[in-house]
Design a protein around this ligand. Sequence first.
Ligand SMILES: *[C@@H]1O[C@H](CO)[C@@H](O)[C@H](O)[C@H]1NC(C)=O
Ligand SMILES: *[C@@H]1O[C@H](CO)[C@@H](O)[C@H](O)[C@H]1NC(C)=O
Ligand SMILES: *[C@@H]1O[C@H](CO)[C@@H](O)[C@H](O)[C@H]1NC(C)=O
Length: 453
Amino acid sequence: MFLSCHFQLLVLSLSYIPNSSAQSLDDSTTDPTKRAESALSTLQSWYNGDTGIWDTAGWWNAANIMTMVGNLAKADSDNEGLQSLVTRVFANTMTQAPSKNPQPGVEEFAYRRQVLNPSNEASALYDGSHMGSGYTKILVSATNEPLSIYPQNWTQSKRKHANNGEFINTSAPRRRTTQTTLASTPDPKPWLDGFYDDDLWWALAWINAYDITSNTEYLYLAQGIFIAVTSVWPSHCNNGGIYWSWKKTYVNAVSNELFMSVAAHLANRANSRDQKEIYVQWAERTLTWFQNSGMINAHGTINDGLTDACENNHQTTWSYNQGIILGALVELHRATPDPSYLSLAAKIAKAALQELTDQNGVIHDVCEPNCGGDGTQFKGVFMRNLQTLQAAAPDDDYVAVIQANADSIWMNDWDEGQEGAFSVDWAGPFVWWANASTHGSAMDALVAAMAVG
Ligand SMILES: *[C@@H]1O[C@H](CO)[C@@H](O)[C@H](O)[C@H]1NC(C)=O
Ligand SMILES: *[C@@H]1O[C@H](CO)[C@@H](O)[C@H](O)[C@H]1NC(C)=O
Ligand SMILES: *[C@@H]1O[C@H](CO)[C@@H](O)[C@H](O)[C@H]1NC(C)=O
């Protein structure tokens, strides 16, 4: 049961859940807002004020967790304590998180080399292994699951949780955003790590933070990240697309879907018609390239990437690759209404539900129950974007799936031994251990259920 004896839960419940001093939540709790608020208190026990990210989750995972927390704030907009908490989390993460970038500076190196030798073969150009920090991503095991490998000392924190109190005590005074902060244009470089999916996850997280706070610093950062990534277009495949990383080898779905999504999001937040047009063109160009790339298979789902010969590699249809594109298409449709965008999104969503759900409508990735630190994050991305599609093009099937997943997480995916934390298999039983990645991902489903409820 989700009892309030968990220390962090108690502190948070007292401070920001209205009229619930000693709240005890259990299976009978059906209110999606109460469920999500309770889960947030567990999540924040992992938030490290010094690093600005959540302990036990990776670097790019933190961008996703921040996006989810932002969506919770959007769905629970009357909760002032929560608004204040997320505002402080954004401000703190903005200043602290770059210290945890696992590979800063590497993209600048890649870019300089590109400018010097514009006509060379990519493989010859980017053999700069000595430039790397050791941070890399590989595809592992029978399922070719993406896995981020961090530099050896990456997980060490400087001073663990030294000022975490600020992020769990919402009666503390709110940090005010000054005019100076608003006017500054942050440097995107500290957020770039040579893996373009990571860069773009952070861009999406900061766009969401901008939506909530109206702090243009966050929007400018997202624009800067996007513009930096445009410098790696095109890949060697079909004169378009971007690579997974600065090493310029693998062309995959996640990076290109994210590229399209960030462009479309920025189009809707542009401050002039010209600026909007540039972002719309990037999004449309990427979509056209993506549809011609062959990554969308005959079933309508999306495989992991392309072979060296630029053909669908038929690798696993991970849930997040069925999700990111839904949000991208919804934003693109908002920027430049074209019914084909929403019908494509619906086609992919329906195909994904067909392929990824079990008999109870609960979605799974094939790495379960032994997903790595990356695979644990995927399903939340799908749920978040399915909810975005539901808001733009409602369908009862989406609502049913979102609610089935949230219910299953709440009923089946917990254990008294790790109270309040959700693990990787949403159908249960609980897989030891849950961490900020599994929990934050499950929270995406709880937050989606709030939004459709
Ligand atoms: C990790 O270790 C390397 C080499 O000892 C050092 O240069 C780097 O600053 C360390 N990084 C962190 C985050 O402590
Ligand atoms: C929370 O913040 C308020 C206002 O700054 C302070 O008075 C109070 O002692 C804090 N409580 C905790 C538990 O830190
Ligand atoms: C988080 O949990 C997943 C699943 O158990 C695990 O693969 C991953 O290594 C964990 N991350 C950390 C940093 O412990």
